[in-house]
Design a protein around this ligand. Sequence first.
Ligand code: NAI
Ligand SMILES: O=C(O)C1=N[C@H](C(=O)O)C[C@H](O)C1
Length: 255
Amino acid sequence: MKKIRVGIFGFGKTGKVIANEFLNDSQFALTWVVRKGYADHHKYASRLLGYEFDAGKIFSIEDVDNDFFRERPVDALVDFSDSSGVYLYKKAAEAGISIVSAISKYEQEEIDLIKSLAKYNRVLYSPNITLGINVLMVAAQILQKIAPHADIEIVEEHFKGKREVSGTAKRIANLLGLNEEEHLNSIRVGGIVGRHEIIFGMPNQTIRLQHESINRAAFGQGAIFAVKCLIGQPPGLYTMETIIAEMFRQNIPVY
Ligand SMILES: NC(=O)C1=CN([C@@H]2O[C@H](COP(=O)(O)OP(=O)(O)OC[C@H]3O[C@@H](n4cnc5c(N)ncnc54)[C@H](O)[C@@H]3O)[C@@H](O)[C@H]2O)C=CC1
Ligand SMILES: O=C(O)C1=N[C@H](C(=O)O)C[C@H](O)C1
């Protein structure tokens, strides 16, 4: 069977784990990895991660010229770099590559750019690509319909070095029609990979929905799911929570 070819932007804390998940999945061929700077230039991500075969040749962002994507074709680009990667999506989309963006914080201009590309290619944008959190987002919307008068607060916890407010928490606030300034609570301690909780408070009961990513491999498994979902789909803007909501409607198991 023909393998699904993938290129990754970013080889930091998460990008390395994502690369490892794709290398471990026999349905995929990790073709290249693009990172900032020239560290490990032209080495293979597979070798750096301890495998004894060559896959995922490492390029610098400076190598990505007009011909990069046509000369190194992939089926999907998976982005775990930073928001600047978005400015290279147009070249990738023009080369027929599906885009999975996992960047947690974008400015409005960058979101508009992503939306404009979705007119002629498949683009999935998800600030939290784990299956679990997207199941939680669907459940939260159902719960809000069941208990529309509940007080709702969102709590997000991440590792100490994470500067921005969780993009996931903002997406949850948006889905539930909550003001981010008033209902979003952030905690930064130690090495927490990512935990989100939605608290529904009622006079005599509290309902808590919570999800915790205990290993960054959860993001890799989500990225694999996302890439597979885009295969054969028409151009458009996709999100994990709408894909999962549709599976729920059609009674298709998510896991
Ligand atoms: N959607 C999701 O489920 C998740 C999203 N993220 C997001 O992924 C991003 C990366 O997270 P971490 O790996 O923890 O950060 P990190 O800082 O450890 O790694 C980012 C890497 O990307 C590189 N980079 C920066 N700009 C680049 C560019 N234009 N092209 C290629 N590489 C570039 C950096 O040099 C660095 O090595 C963040 O926005 C983070 O919030 C992280 C985990 C889950
Ligand atoms: O920066 C991270 O690491 C993560 N960011 C996400 C966010 O901002 O919501 C998602 C995940 O929990 C990890």
